[in-house]
Design a protein around this ligand. Structure first.
Ligand SMILES: Cc1cc2nc3c(=O)[nH]c(=O)nc-3n(C[C@H](O)[C@H](O)[C@H](O)COP(=O)(O)O)c2cc1C
Length: 332
C-alpha cells in the first residue's frame, strides 16, 4: 500500500488507541511487522496551547517509522497549526480523527460529531492538507447513527479535499464498540474512492485480515483490539498472506517473555510506578484465555514494582508449561 509518497512494507497497520498505542506498544507492534503505527489521538488545541501532557504523546523513536500522528479537533486553523507542529516534530503522516464516539469529545464538535458536518470536514481536510507536505489521512465511522450512514459521502469529500487515504471503522457512532462492524460499508467506500482505503473493525486473526483484503477489497487492514496483548497478529497475518499457510500461535513462554519485555519498555519510558500501573492491563491481555488467568490478573493488579510483576509472570509461565523458567527464558 502506498499513501502519498509513503510506501508501506505490507497492508497491516496498528489502529490509534488512546491509552494503548503509546511509544512502548508501538515499538512492539513494529517489531512484529506492523507496517504503520498511529499514535493515540492528540488534541490539536492542546498542542497549539502548549499543554505538556499533550506534547508527551508525540514522543517517538526512529524504529517506529513511518509514524502517523492522529489529531482531533474541529477548528480548521487550529488543526492546521497543530499539523504543522507535528510535521516539524517528525511525523511521516498525519491523521484526523472523525470517529471518536466519546461524549467528552463529541460535545465539543470533535471526533465522530464531524460525520454530521460534511462541509466542515471539507474545510478541515483542505486547510490541513494545504498546510503540510506529509500525507494527510482521515479515520471515519460508518456514520453517526443508523439513519445517517454517510461513510461514502465523507470519504469522497475527504478525497476531494486532499486526503490521501481513508480508514473506515464499520460502526456508527451510536454503536460505540457494540454489535458487529459492517464490512459491506467498507466495500462501498472502496468502490467510490481512488485513494487507498483501510478497513477497520473486528479483525482479530490472520484469516479475517485476508478477508478484509480479498472479499471486502481494502488496500490495508487496521487492527485495534485484536493487537492488544497480541502484537503477533501483524507478523502472523503477513506470513499467512505470503505463504497461504496459517502460522502457529505464539507459545506461552513467548507470550510471557514478550509481556516482560513490554514491561521493561514501559518502566524505562514512564518510570516504575506509572509504567507498572499502566502495564497491568497489557499483562492481562497477554495472558487472556490461558488457564487460571483470572487469578493471575488479580495478582498483577496488586503488583507495584517491575520485579513483582515479572516474578508473577515467570512463575505463571512455569506453572503452565511445567518447565522451569530457566529452561525457556533464554530462548524467548
Ligand atoms: C481503548 C481504545 C481506544 C481507542 N482510541 C482511539 C483513538 O485515539 N483514535 C481513534 O481514531 N480510534 C480510537 N479507537 C478506535 C480504534 O482505533 C478502532 O477503530 C476500533 O477499536 C475498531 O477496531 P478493532 O475492532 O480492530 O478494535 C479506540 C479503541 C479502543 C478500544
Amino acid at each position: 500500500m502506498r499513501i502519498g509518497e509513503i510506501s508501506l512494507d505490507n497492508p497491516f497497520v496498528l489502529a490509534p488507541m488512546a491509552g494503548v498505542t503509546d511509544l512502548p506498544f508501538r515499538l512492539l507492534a513494529k517489531k512484529h511487522k506492523a507496517a504503520l503505527v498511529y499514535t493515540e489521538m492528540v488534541s490539536a488545541q492542546g498542542l497549539v496551547y502548549g499543554n505538556q501532557k499533550t506534547h508527551r504523546i508525540l514522543d517517538s523513536d526512529p524504529f517506529e517509522k513511518p509514524l502517523s500522528v492522529q489529531l482531533f479537533g474541529s477548528d480548521p486553523s487550529v488543526l492546521a497549526e497543530a499539523a504543522l507542529m507535528v510535521q516539524d516534530n517528525g511525523a511521516d503522516l498525519i491523521d484526523i480523527n472523525l470517529g471518536c464516539p466519546v461524549p467528552k469529545i463529541v460535545k465539543n464538535g470533535e471526533g465522530s460529531y464531524l460525520m454530521k458536518e460534511p462541509s466542515l470536514v471539507a474545510k478541515i481536510v483542505r486547510r490541513v492538507s494545504d498546510s503540510i507536505n506529509v500525507p494527510l489521512t482521515v479515520k471515519i465511522r460508518k456514520g453517526w447513527d443508523r439513519q445517517s450512514v454517510n461513510a461514502v459521502e465523507i470519504a469522497q469529500i475527504a478525497e476531494d479535499s486532499g486526503a490521501q487515504a481513508v480508514a473506515v471503522h464499520g460502526r456508527t457512532r451510536d454503536q460505540y464498540y457494540s454489535g458487529k462492524a459492517d464490512w459491506r460499508i467498507i466495500t462501498k467506500v472502496k468502490e467510490k474512492c481512488k485513494i487507498p482505503i483501510i478497513g477497520n473493525g473486528d479483525v482479530t486473526n490472520p484469516k479475517e485480515c485476508l478477508v478484509m483484503l480479498g472479499e471486502v477489497g481494502c488496500d490495508g487492514v487496521m487492527i485495534g483490539r485484536g493487537a492488544m496483548g497480541n502484537p503477533w497478529i501483524f507478523s502472523r497475518s503477513l506470513s499467512y498472506l505470503e505463504r497461504k499457510r496459517m502460522p502457529s500461535e505464539p507459545s506461552v513462554p513467548e507470550k510471557i517473555m514478550t509481556a516482560i519485555s513490554h514491561l521493561h519498555k514501559m518502566t524505562a519510558y514512564k518510570g516504575e510506578t506509572r509504567g507498572v500501573k499502566e502495564m497491568r492491563k497489557h499483562a492481562a491481555w497477554y495472558i487472556k484465555n490461558m488457564r487460571g488467568a483470572a487469578k493471575i490478573r488479580n495478582k498483577l493488579n496488586q503488583a507495584v514494582t517491575a520485579d513483582q510483576m515479572e516474578k508473577i509472570l515467570l512463575d505463571y509461565g512455569e506453572s503452565l508449561t511445567g518447565v522451569l523458567k530457566e529452561g525457556w527464558m533464554a530462548e524467548n
